[in-house]
Design a protein around this ligand. Structure first.
Ligand code: OXD
Ligand code: MN
Length: 649
């Protein structure tokens, strides 16, 4: 029975049913009984495997088809009337063609099945940030995951009232045919269509599709921001709390940073870290002129491999009840789950993620195809399970941000941490982010690619306009957060990670937050403000590389050092990306920052080339270059590109 009188909702459900032609329609009211009954049904049909109820109460395992294990960026479309509005880094399809194609694929695909109607809210219902979506789906797995990841049920329909608007989401599993898989977004119609997939990132439509792609488009038009960011709070020994939002590409440690446990000597002093969110932040300008953020989600869709007691105790604890595991291995000795990195010992009797018995003797940690769990296997866990969940998690007004952090996986060049000179320079740093690809998306892993603000796969409109929106937001914030960049992934010549990461990232966070208060020192460099080695607290840090070498001040100095010659190359590369990919919608403010970087590094390139040529020459040459910067050009022409265009070396 329909749970609302909202005609727009009723029409959407009726149209969806006409298309999918399900045998039944079930409205999800959000009640515990209904969810329990659906779990029972899914276990009966084999869609879920019930795990040991003593060790993992109310937990289940699900396996996707082997062709359906990650987001599919090349089958994800932004369908705007004008192709240019989707921009250069999104795949585009004409909306009429997209609707026709989706209808053709989905027509009759729900025959013999049930269509579930999920009313859900991104954000706490009643919060000024919150937005309602309705997802129809023929998958119980989707219903159960959405019930963890979002706030589901009648309260959302009540909030919508008789006439409220919502984001439409249509999901049909069809035959999970990879060749007919489409994840389509219609930002101009507030609509999402997903067919032929059952992998979370493609089908939990509240998450990437709504909370990032559609929401980023809404944010641009309505003056707020939807970002791929964790949010965490740090409590200082004197009781003061500060909040940070941080953008990292998928599977680069957002969940780990969001739930970080500080080293003992910080805990002893009274520091505490609490998690507000691990993946998405919706950000608005508050009345006090600061930026305020909420996490619109209600759970964690975390990457399982590598998660263990030591790397992320809080995430592991979060998975101990009410969790759905996807594509992890099943330990048949005790009906619990296992994944690479969970324990040092390999399970004796185990079924791999494809459902076949796993032979641990054949396991080779360098060969992903021998893994028991898929590298992108996941847990969907309720946020309330997390031991360090913030008391502000359900806050309707959100938390004020002191800092925004960008970061990616960079083996070289990018130092452990640096601070932008100002907001626009910070936007430039975010726009220039590159990172190595991970298993979170289908395709090659470990390939360095540009991923501005970690939003390459998620900005629902033109990337250049997205940069411009960041610049515009900066104009609206009287007290902007400071912007930083971090890199936990520097490697040495032997491929060792040079920084321990995980809980020790607290040492970097402390510097960041002290900088926000003007209470920590830094050195101004060609790329921004970098801490001196003595500004990072290394007390009790005990980290050993594989070859037995210990991390110490020398290693810290190495990962804080700025190699201007490398940065000159980086600047050229960024210029190539701007000119070659984003092209003509880059705001002038970002060109200005790029030119400053080029000028700041220019001497170093020549120093390297001409060594030991007198530094005086370098200075002269740098002055000559300055004269060519676009700012000068801007006064006479409207050109938005640097005068000296150098796309390749
Ligand atoms: C995620 C992703 O699942 O970024 O959060 O892929
Ligand atoms: Mn993510």
């Amino acid at each position: 029975m329909a749970l609302t009188k909202n005609k727009k909702v009723l029409d959407f459900v009726a149209e969806s049913a006409e298309l999918g032609q399900p045998d039944n329609i079930v409205w999800i009211d959000g009640s515990a009984e209904q969810i329990k009954a659906l779990k029972k049904e899914a276990v009966k049909s084999g869609e879920l495997i019930k795990l040991n109820d003593n060790l993992l109460p109310d937990c289940y395992l699900h396996r996707t088809k082997v062709n359906d294990v990650a987001r599919v960026e090349d089958r994800t479309f932004i369908c705007t009337k004008n192709k240019e509005d989707a921009g250069p880094v999104n795949y585009w399809m004409d909306p009429r063609q997209a609707y026709e194609l989706a209808n053709e694929i989905a027509r009759g695909s729900m025959k013999g099945r049930t269509m579930y109607v999920i009313p859900y809210s991104m954000g706490v219902v009643g919060s000024p940030f919150a937005k309602i979506g309705i997802e129809v789906t023929d998958s119980i797995y989707v219903v159960l995951n959405m019930n963890i990841m979002t706030r589901v049920g009648v309260e959302c329909l009540k909030a919508l009232g008789k006439n409220g608007d919502f984001i439409k989401g249509f999901h049909a599993k069809c035959n999970v045919d990879a060749d007919k898989r489409y994840i389509m977004h219609f930002p101009e119609d507030n609509t999402i269509i997903s067919v032929n997939s059952a992998y979370g990132g493609n089908v939990l439509l509240g998450k990437k599709c709504f909370a990032l792609r559609i929401a980023s488009y809404l944010g641009k038009n309505e003056g707020w921001m939807a970002e791929h960011m964790l949010i965490l709070g740090v409590t200082f020994p004197d009781g003061e709390k500060k909040y940070v939002a941080a953008a990292f590409p998928s599977a680069c440690g957002k969940t780990n940073l969001a739930m970080l446990i500080p080293p003992k000597h910080y805990l002893d002093k009274g520091y505490k870290v609490e998690c507000v969110g691990d993946d998405i932040a919706w950000i608005r300008v508050g009345e006090d002129g600061r930026l305020w953020a909420v996490n619109p989600e209600n759970g964690f869709f975390g990457v399982a491999p590598g998660t263990n007691e030591h790397s992320n105790y809080n995430a592991l604890q979060s998975t101990k009840r009410g969790t759905i595991f996807t594509n992890v291995a099943l330990n048949t000795d005790d009906m619990t789950v296992w994944w690479e990195g969970l324990t040092k010992e390999l399970p004796e009797h185990c079924i791999d993620w494809t459902g076949k018995p796993w032979d641990s003797a054949k396991y080779d940690k360098h060969d992903k195809s021998t893994c028991a769990a898929h590298p992108n296997s996941r847990f969907t866990a309720p946020a309330i399970n997390c031991p360090c969940v913030s008391p502000e998690f359900n806050s309707k007004k959100g938390v004020p941000l002191s800092a925004i952090i960008f970061g990616g996986r960079r083996a070289s060049t990018t130092p452990l941490v640096y601070e932008a000179r100002d907001w626009n320079h910070g936007v430039f740093i975010g726009s220039a982010m590159s990172s190595e690809t991970t298993a979170a998306a289908a395709g090659a892993v470990g390939v360095l690619r540009h991923d501005p603000m970690a939003m390459k796969p998620f900005a629902g409109y033109h990337m250049g306009d997205y940069f411009a929106h960041w610049v515009e937001m900066g104009k609206k914030v009287k007290n902007p957060p400071k912007i930083f960049n971090v890199n936990w992934f520097r490697t040495d010549a032997d491929g060792n990670f040079m920084w321990p990461g995980f809980g020790d990232n607290m040492r970097v966070l402390e510097w960041i937050l002290k900088r926000c208060d003007g209470a920590a020192d830094a050195e101004e460099t060609a790329i921004g403000f970098v801490p001196k080695a003595e500004d990072i607290d290394l007390t009790d840090l005990d980290y050993e590389y594989d070859d037995g070498k210990k991390f110490g001040v020398d290693e810290l100095k190495e990962i804080l050092a700025i190699d201007k010659a490398k940065w000159a190359k980086e600047a050229e590369e960024i210029e190539g990306y701007y000119n070659g990919t984003i092209k003509d919608r880059i705001p002038q403010e970002l060109w200005d920052s790029l030119n400053t970087l080029k000028e700041n590094c220019k001497g170093a390139v020549e120093e390297v080339k001409e060594k030991p040529a007198a530094k005086k020459n370098v200075a002269k040459k740098a002055t000559a270059t300055t004269a060519k910067k676009p700012a000068a050009k801007k006064t006479t022409t409207t050109a938005k590109k640097p005068a000296a265009k150098k796309t390749t070396k």
